[in-house]
Design a protein around this ligand. Structure first.
Ligand SMILES: [Ca+2]
Ligand SMILES: [Ca+2]
Ligand SMILES: [Ca+2]
Ligand SMILES: [Ca+2]
Length: 212
């Protein structure tokens, strides 16, 4: 994060409640910056989390109940449902830097979890100046709603100035419980039947960004 190019990018907050209790800052707090190039969207997140926890070694198993950074992207800012298709992506990036989303439904109706590691370069480390803080960097290829999982020819969408996309960031914080303790995000979400955990279902709750 000491690269000069980050200095000009503003910080955005990661302070909107989605699920669980609202954590005190020492338990979880976070902020982030974004940059872009033609080939990637670049994310830098500064996260305070008192306990880093990864209790499910299988990356496809209950990944939302381990600590993870969740990056939501809707390439064409269409909004709308995306839970079982690629109208938008919800990349759950785990502490081992693997990225998971739901790719569809199995014949019995249950979600099919898929690894999307070739979309995401992720790396984090504890801050040298403050070891309670972790600095998490992600370089993300942006795929459109025509993405076909398993197609070796799948190409990301080139980014350009003026492009509008749906975007949201969130962090699942667990410090040792059976289920995640807090889920905090970058944008206020209108609850449906008391539930603000809508990002993995409906891209309409994402924020909108315009590349400039
Ligand atoms: Ca915590
Ligand atoms: Ca895990
Ligand atoms: Ca879309
Ligand atoms: Ca944690």
């Amino acid at each position: 994060m000491d690269e000069a190019v980050w200095a000009a990018a503003p910080w955005y907050g990661l302070d909107h409640h989605i699920l669980g209790e609202v954590p005190i800052p020492q338990d979880f707090s976070g902020r982030y910056k974004l940059l872009w190039g033609q080939d990637r969207l670049y994310l830098l997140a500064e996260i305070v989390d008192d306990v880093l926890y990864d209790s499910h070694p299988d990356p496809l198993s209950f990944y939302w109940d381990d600590d993870c950074l969740e990056v939501f992207v809707d390439e064409d800012a269409s909004g709308g449902l995306h839970q079982y298709d690629f109208n938008a992506f919800a990349y759950h990036i785990a502490l081992d830097n693997q990225a998971v989303d739901i790719g569809g439904q199995r014949p019995d109706g249950s979600p099919e979890f898929i690894l999307l590691n070739d979309h995401v370069n992720s790396a984090w480390q504890r801050s040298e100046s403050d070891p309670r803080t972790i600095v998490w960097e992600v370089a993300l290829k942006i795929f459109g709603d025509n993405y076909q999982h398993g197609d070796p020819g799948a190409q990301p969408v080139p980014l350009k100035a003026g492009k509008k996309m749906g975007f949201m960031l969130a962090y699942c914080d667990n410090d040792g419980s059976d289920e995640r303790e807090h889920f905090m995000g970058s944008h206020a979400i209108q609850a449906v039947d008391g539930d603000k955990n809508r990002g993995y279902i409906d891209a309409s709750v994402f924020g909108k960004i315009i590349l400039q």
